[in-house]
Write a protein that binds this ligand. Sequence first.
Ligand code: ATP
Ligand code: MG
Length: 428
Amino acid sequence: MKATTAASSAGPSGTSSAFPAGSGNTRTAARIAPHSHIKGLGLDNEGFALPSASGFVGQNIAREACGVVVDLIKSKKFSGRALLLAGAPGTGKTALALAISQELGSKVPFCPMVGSEVYSTEVKKTEVLAEVFRRAIGIRIKEAKEVYEGELTELTPTESENPLSGYGKTVSHVVIGLKTVKGTKQLRLDPGIYEAILKEKIVVGDVVYIEANTGAVKARPHRVGRSDAYASAHLVKSQRTEVTDKLRREVNKVVKSYVDQGVAEVVPGVVFIDEVHMLDIECFTYLNLLLESPMAPTVIFATNRGTSLVRGTDDVVSPHGIPVDLLDRCLIVKTEGYTKEQVADVVQLRAQVEGLTLGPGVLDKIAVEGERASLRYALQLLAPASVVSQLAGRSEITLEDIGEMNELFLDAKTSASAMGDFEGGLRR
Ligand SMILES: Nc1ncnc2c1ncn2[C@@H]1O[C@H](COP(=O)(O)OP(=O)(O)OP(=O)(O)O)[C@@H](O)[C@H]1O
Ligand SMILES: [Mg+2]
């Protein structure tokens, strides 16, 4: 009957950012959708990669390295550092970053952005970075609730002499009898609860819900009129306002006091900056500063560039276009390409997630395409091929549909070489 629940008042997921997320959540969802088959790094107890687990296929060394990073983060030995995932397009860098955040816990916020997002005309570059770092710090509000629920069988206020009260006597506590599926129980509760019961016009025989520490008392929904009134009280219109520095400071102050009191805990999330080579020297300098902050989230970068010019400079050439002082702080993990068999396994996983049936020989054909072009290209064939097969009134994708895909669309390599021929033709 008595239940002590650790409830969270911070939204359905139990974690919410202390700072308004703007439209970030929808953006995040759209970016994560192609990775919905990824459930973690798929490592065994010793940290070795299983050939195919948690939606991950192959890429063993990178997965194991990411496992080590997860251990470092969990033992708080990764602060002030960042992980850099380097590898060709479609080799699973984003998938690895997501898997790391999943391994850190289901409530850990994952905040992806692309380097070029900092170039907005309205907001300063550094502010865009600061915002994503703020969004990645989650706050988990812990609330211990003492909850009683059952049919009210007894309601006896106990009075006692109170010399301070003009009436001589006041209610010192209330004795409540509750009948539940587990039996009956008598409780001695605070007088505030007696008042709440009177106010709610609850009588013996009603089913009640009592929160002992807040004094909240509710009649259970079988009293329809009352519960409707209660529900409407919660329809408070949510208003969006601009987040001023003053408001942010106020929020930070409240959060800090919650943390100090042990009512809330800070959950550092994961900031993922894809195409990190698109940032410029000003951003990189600022990132060094952000990494130093005591409340910094875990930072993961990804790039598919080799040695290149650091943006915003005329002459600084550096690996991945990242200045050496920031590179120094990075652990670098390389991702490799996939074999035909591995492409086939991933395509099969995606087909399952998307509810698509592949006809005979289709998987093999897509895998060949994937090995020739890229894994991403192979995966991207699935959706349009399913549209074509549906248009033809079929429920499964056939070889014919894939053939048609190849007639209609080009993969990047074929497209580039076609352009090359064309340019050559022009020049001659
Ligand atoms: N080893 C893997 N196992 C299962 N799925 C994978 C694996 N590697 C990549 N994928 C899936 O393949 C697709 C492309 O991978 P991803 O987007 O992670 O590549 P990327 O390295 O981030 O590419 P880019 O450089 O273009 O951003 C995604 O849907 C991803 O979930
Ligand atoms: Mg990516």
